[in-house]
Ligand binder design. Structure first.
Ligand SMILES: Nc1ncnc2c1ncn2[C@@H]1O[C@H](COP(=O)(O)OP(=O)(O)OP(=O)(O)O)[C@@H](O)[C@H]1O
Ligand SMILES: O=C(O)c1ccc[n+]([C@@H]2O[C@H](COP(=O)([O-])O)[C@@H](O)[C@H]2O)c1
Length: 220
């Protein structure tokens, strides 16, 4: 099968997957012209406590949520490794699999981007991918909150031209405004723990899965 020329990767804990993730991926795919977005659940997310819900459940919810969207696929490579799910390792593995020509676009919200300089081998990430940052609602106004090192990186690597993301396989940072959906997995978990409705915050089939398996309740 021919590899797509420009692919996006949305890594996340997906605990659970929600409409904020799906809409962000859909809008970035349109804005950049991504032929595919790979949803990549982290088995052991590096910068947070181990999720209380198993990776098997989190993967199942991603699978349900992306079903029916021809551009969206599941990528399970982080579940097939042991240890922390470092992004650099996933990018190296994707490069080895897809070759040097394919443009890889790592999609992330601005909240995650603000913490980039704490990521494992962060200064090497742009050798393997472009970083596509979606503004995420919240108090963090990205430009005000940038650390000096990220400000400097942005100064050197930011592009405003999506054509550049197609011309080179890696190396740029692109910021994109998206429809602000102030939905977070944290809020969804907290709402479920209180026994309240989370309908319309995530896909119906993901909610049905949560209910069926009694996730995010006392013994979830
Ligand atoms: N509502 C949203 N709008 C835009 N981007 C989002 C949104 N929710 C999550 N993202 C982005 O998706 C990626 C994966 O997010 P993650 O799975 O950690 O979801 P989350 O809702 O932030 O979870 P939690 O509340 O548990 O921290 C991150 O890059 C994050 O910035
Ligand atoms: O590689 C790292 O050091 C690293 C540090 C923090 C986050 N990430 C990745 O960023 C993505 C979003 O993380 P999170 O914790 O917001 O779900 C997910 O794919 C994580 O594995 C990666």
């Amino acid at each position: 099968m021919k590899s797509p020329a420009v692919i996006g990767i949305l890594g996340g804990t997906f605990n659970p997957l929600h409409l904020g993730h799906l809409r962000m991926a859909e809008e970035l795919a349109d804005a950049i012209g991504l032929e595919q977005v790979r949803f990549m659940p982290a088995a052991h997310p590096p910068h947070r406590a181990e999720p209380e819900v198993s990776s098997a459940h989190r993967v199942a919810m991603v699978q349900l949520g992306i079903a029916g969207n021809p551009r969206f696929v599941l990528d399970t490579r982080e579940l097939e490794r042991s240890g922390h799910s470092y992004t650099i390792d996933s990018l190296i593995s994707l490069r080895a699999e897809l070759g040097e020509q394919v443009s890889l676009c790592w999609l992330l919200g601005s909240d995650a981007f603000l913490g980039l300089s704490s990521w494992h081998r962060w200064q090497e990430l742009l050798e393997y991918c472009h970083l596509i940052v979606a503004y995420r609602p919240g108090p963090a106004e990205i430009h005000a909150d940038l650390s000096p090192e990220l400000r400097s990186l942005l100064g050197k690597r930011q592009t405003h031209d999506t054509a550049r993301l197609h011309q080179k396989p890696a190396g740029h940072i692109y910021l994109q405004d998206i429809t602000a959906l102030d939905i977070s997995a944290t809020h969804i978990r907290a709402t479920l723990e209180q026994g309240l409705s989370v309908r319309y915050l995530l896909p119906d089939n993901v909610l049905a899965y949560i209910n069926q398996h009694k996730l995010y309740r006392d013994n979830g």
